[in-house]
Write a protein of this length. Structure first.
Length: 208
């Protein structure tokens, strides 16, 4: 074998073993620090056109309108009179007695009677008779004018009906309805009515 052939084989073997040596030698070499560089992308932001911030708070619930204010009516309570209390030892007042005018027959002759009729006027039937000195006669209602005379309803004892008021006058024996001054005035008015023949004045004197 010549030197050239040996040198050729040496190159061929070295070339064949070179990858193996490289692979094997890589394990023994120290690992190199590898730094990964990430390029920074700068984005221009228009500050003036920034979107409005969105609130994450829930929207407030609509509140109900307040109820209408109703002014209370101006009601003033009526004053209540306190119940009067009787003083100890006081005597309670007795019932009020109404004084009723009592009449008697007047201007009737001694030998005549006053007819009591069923209605006002001479056209009604006679239902009773009163003596010229009859007393204790009560007028029980309003009178009626018939042919210029005033007829009044009366009652005395068991007799009741209508009589001409010209023949009645107050009973002067009733001290509850007359005194000296009242008697004098009544007599003066009666005399004037008889002198003037004023039937209305006589009727007012008998039954005002």
């Amino acid at each position: 074998m010549g030197w050239k052939n040996f040198r050729l084989w040496q190159l061929l073997i070295g070339a064949a073993l070179l990858p193996v040596l490289v692979a094997c030698g890589a394990d023994s070499e120290p690992e190199a620090d590898v730094t990964l560089v990430i390029p920074t992308v700068v984005t221009e932001v228009d500050v003036t056109a920034a979107p409005e911030a969105v609130s994450t708070e829930p929207a407030p619930r609509p509140t109900d309108p307040p109820p209408p204010t109703i002014a209370p009516a101006d009601i003033t309570p009526e004053p209540v009179d306190p119940t009067p209390t009787s003083e100890p030892g006081a005597t309670p007042a007795g019932p009020t007695v109404e004084i009723v005018d009592i009449y008697r027959v007047a201007f009737v002759d001694e030998n005549d009677v006053l007819n009591v009729r069923a209605g006002a006027g001479v056209d009604f039937d006679v239902v009773g008779e009163l003596q010229p000195d009859a007393t204790g006669i009560s007028i029980t209602g309003q009178g009626e004018v018939v042919e210029g005379s005033v007829w009044v309803p009366i009652a005395t004892g068991r007799i009741s009906g209508w009589v001409n008021s010209l023949f009645l006058t107050r009973d002067m024996k009733n001290d509850a309805v007359c005194d000296a001054a009242a008697v004098q005035q009544l007599m003066a008015d009666l005399e004037l009515a008889l002198t003037d023949k004023d039937n209305n004045a006589l009727a007012n004197l008998i039954h005002p």
